[in-house]
Design a protein. Structure first.
Ligand SMILES: *Cc1c(COP(=O)(O)O)cnc(C)c1O
Length: 396
């Protein structure tokens, strides 16, 4: 068996390769028919009216924040347990990310904590569907409505997640915009890539414009029109376009989305069954009616010994498992401490989670033998680390 087993990786098959090769043989390398077809397929898979494909999940977050009007002086409330890109997006727009603590079961943003952090400057709520489990969107939506806020879902972990209301991540039933990433560790891969879904025609138009320098070619949006060559730049945008090559891969990957999700769910269930008798661990769960997309499977080593998680992590790395930690609380990073004055202690539940968490390998092309290997090595390592723990007082 190949070691180390990474925490995640893409699954590319011959059809994917064929799709990319035919894009290379076509007339378009960028912005062509593949982009449009990919956007259509993506919107349909989420149950949204529109999908706008861009160059990365980070670009998608940036454009989403611009499109809803985050600007200097405004605040966006988000989770501290996310990749830094979520919080960086409002900063790109001159805004301030405000961190609300997480729920102990899902590690998703806690609506009560969101409510407590709203100020007159709050412009948006940016919930993150951590590890693929959707946040409590109906409650977040009602808070947003009461305070006139927009909602941008960071669903970079959650393509394919299902909610109790019969919805899917990205359907934007309870949000204005939803953002996805198609980086190779995520549910589907395009190399780099991101998508924004929405049901709002004007946000759709604006995102398309911002993706390409703020330029429009639509006469009805122009202040003058000199002829067929004419275009106008209406606002400051970016080059956040995605290529036809990438979208050909994305379309091909989307066709296997349900296979990817089914295998991720199967592996998660096997882990949960295999570790159920280990009282040292807190395992990830799904709330009633939810189906996670299982981007990550995070175990938590219960207890107060601050060195135990590190010893577990190092032991697992030493036996060939590419375990990881998702994530360091965002506001702990020097940039956030220096720029916004955040300090350790801001979100106690998030910090408790951080001290205990280890992400196990989980990706759809994992073989049963690899899954068994992870199970066996994790069980051994947990026993070793925690028996050392109970020996410690005797040795002292
Ligand atoms: C991956 C990820 C991003 C960034 O996506 P990129 O495509 O890498 O730019 C943002 N938020 C979360 C939660 C992510 O996991």
């Amino acid at each position: 068996m190949e070691l180390p087993i990474p925490y995640s990786r893409q699954w590319i098959d011959e059809e994917d390769i064929e799709a990319v090769v035919s894009a290379l043989r076509s007339d378009f390398l960028t912005t062509g028919p593949q982009v449009e077809a990919y956007e259509e397929a993506f919107a349909a898979s989420c149950g949204a009216r529109y999908a706008v494909a861009v160059s990365s999940g980070t670009a998608a977050l940036h454009l989403a924040c611009l499109a809803v009007g985050i600007s200097p002086g405004s605040e966006a409330i988000t989770s501290p347990i996310t990749f830094v890109a979520t919080a960086n997006a409002p900063v790109y727009c001159g805004g301030t990310p405000v961190f609300a603590d997480v729920c102990p079961d899902t590690v998703n943003i806690d609506p009560e904590q969101v409510q407590a952090r709203i100020t007159p400057r709050t412009r948006a709520i940016l919930p993150v569907h951590f590890a693929g489990h959707a946040c409590d969107m109906p409650v977040l939506r009602s808070i947003a409505e009461r305070h006139g806020l927009t909602v941008i879902e960071d669903a970079c972990h959650a393509l394919g997640a299902e909610t109790p209301e019969g919805g899917r991540a990205g359907d934007c039933r309870y949000s204005d915009l939803t953002v996805f990433s198609t980086h190779p560790v995520k549910t589907i891969a395009t190399g780099e890539g991101g998508v924004i879904t929405t049901n709002c025609p004007s946000l759709n138009d604006r995102l398309r414009r911002l993706r390409t320098h703020g330029i429009t070619r639509e006469i009805e949006h122009m202040t003058r029109h000199d002829g067929p060559w004419f275009y106008q730049m209406l606002e400051l945008g970016y080059n956040y376009r995605i290529t036809d090559i990438q979208c050909a891969l994305g379309r091909s990957q989307l066709r296997r989305l349900s296979t990817f999700l089914a295998r991720r769910r199967e592996i998660a269930t096997r882990y949960t069954t295999a570790f159920a008798d280990l009282p040292q661990l807190q395992l990830p769960t799904e709330r009633p009616g939810h189906r996670s997309a299982w981007h990550l499977y995070v175990i938590r080593l219960r207890g107060t010994d601050p060195t135990a998680r590190r010893r577990l992590f190092e032991r697992l790395r030493a036996v060939g498992l590419g375990v990881n930690v998702h994530y360091i609380p965002v506001y702990w990073h020097p940039f956030y401490r220096e720029r916004f004055g955040y300090a350790v202690g801001l979100c106690p539940e998030a910090e408790r989670y951080y001290r205990e968490a280890v992400t196990l390998p989980l990706y759809p092309s994992m073989t049963d033998a690899q899954v068994d290997c992870v199970i066996q090595r994790v069980r051994e390592a947990v026993m070793e680390v925690t028996s050392l723990l109970s020996d410690a007082p005797a040795a002292a």
